[in-house]
Design a protein around this ligand. Structure first.
Ligand code: ZN
Length: 351
């Protein structure tokens, strides 16, 4: 008998110019008359007036809660308390990955519905059910809440710094090695593997490869390709029931950098460089990964990443210990210092 596989997916996804204007109608559509808007300084400046207008037009009662960007349980509790004291059942999270993650955590505790309104396209957390949260010096990913709706306004996202969008491309290219790690673990460890989710993840990589020049223009059309692919990746995680198709050895490398570095680079930037090296180990087309990242203007080596070669080598050696239950191309024993140094050199990451 086949086992039961459950997928929890977003109800509606709205992408496009001025998508934010539909917010009020969408809130009414899920039957709510009251919302808690969770955001921070910059996104509030960017989107605040459109959000207020849209909610007021539909007669939605709302409160705006500004939270700091730091991912602390105090910030999560602030949102939970606000929901309880106002008896609100819907959170509208407006911002980048951190604000959205805080809202996800709060929603998983308080049991409310959750609209994700990303103002940047820097990684796939803007629409996935997973939260990346720091805990005693490490960063863990775990299931929190699937967004009920995603409203992605491409005009707003295109006005954010381009570096964030280029970083988002790195997080999408990661699916090339994540899927290969997943397949490997299925073959060697008998781990559950879903061909459908794996194929979808590979499709999102192709979208970035085929549209790299358009993306580099920083235009709304280019941003739209990245946002669509990121939303796609979030949904793939929901389809697979795990982050497997979207996060493999390249993510372990990035998590190791987060542990080692005092000032890590952006998540997608680190993951992109990790993908070049892990693609090399997999015998995949690592030059395609490198060229695509270069075309979209994302880092491809130590210098561009702003992290020295020795630290990259240390992170490579450490990566397999980050999440021992996740089998990848790095195997159980990981890379030796010598193998890591060699990888950095042959993949061009040394610069
Ligand atoms: Zn990621």
């Amino acid at each position: 008998m086949q086992s039961i596989h459950r997928m929890e997916l977003p109800r509606t996804v709205i992408i496009g110019q001025d998508a934010i204007r539909t917010l009020g109608k969408e809130v009414r559509g899920v039957g709510d008359r009251q919302a808690l808007v969770v955001t921070s300084e910059t996104p509030l400046k960017l989107a605040g007036s459109s959000i207020r207008e849209s909610l007021e037009e539909e007669g939605i009662k709302y409160e705006i809660l500004k939270v700091g960007k730091s991912q602390t349980m105090e910030n999560v509790q602030l949102i939970v308390d606000s929901l309880k004291s106002s008896d609100t059942k819907l959170v509208v999270a407006v911002g980048g990955g951190r604000v959205i993650d805080l809202a996800k955590m709060a929603v998983s505790k308080a049991g409310a519905r959750f609209f994700s309104v990303p103002t940047t396209a820097s990684h796939d957390g803007i629409c996935s059910p997973l939260v990346s949260f720091p805990s005693s010096n490490r960063r863990y990913s775990f299931y929190a809440a699937t967004p009920t709706e995603i409203v992605a306004d491409t005009k707003i996202i295109a006005s954010s710094p381009y570096r964030l969008t280029a970083s988002g491309c790195g997080d999408i290219m990661a699916k090339l090695t994540a899927v290969r790690d997943w397949r490997l673990s299925h073959l060697l460890r008998g781990e559950y593997y879903g061909e459908y989710a794996a194929t979808l993840a590979e499709t999102s990589v192709s979208r970035i490869v085929e549209n790299s020049e358009l993306i580099r223009t920083g235009s709304e059309a280019g941003v739209r390709v990245v946002v669509e692919a990121l939303i796609h990746c979030g949904i793939i995680i929901s389809v697979a029931g795990s982050s497997r198709p979207c996060s493999g050895s390249e993510h372990l490398f990035s998590h190791a950098l987060d542990v080692i570095c005092e000032k890590p680079a952006l998540h997608g930037e680190q993951v992109g460089v990790g993908t070049i090296m892990m693609a090399y180990l997999h015998g995949a087309d690592w030059k395609l990964v490198r060229n695509t990242l270069a075309k979209v203007g994302a880092p491809t080596n130590c210098r561009e990443l702003g992290i020295d070669k020795d630290t990259i080598v240390r992170a490579l050696v450490m990566a397999h210990t980050i999440r021992p239950d996740r089998y990848t191309i790095l195997g159980e024993k990981g890379l030796s210092v010598e193998a890591a140094k060699n990888l950095v050199a042959v993949s061009g990451v040394a610069g």
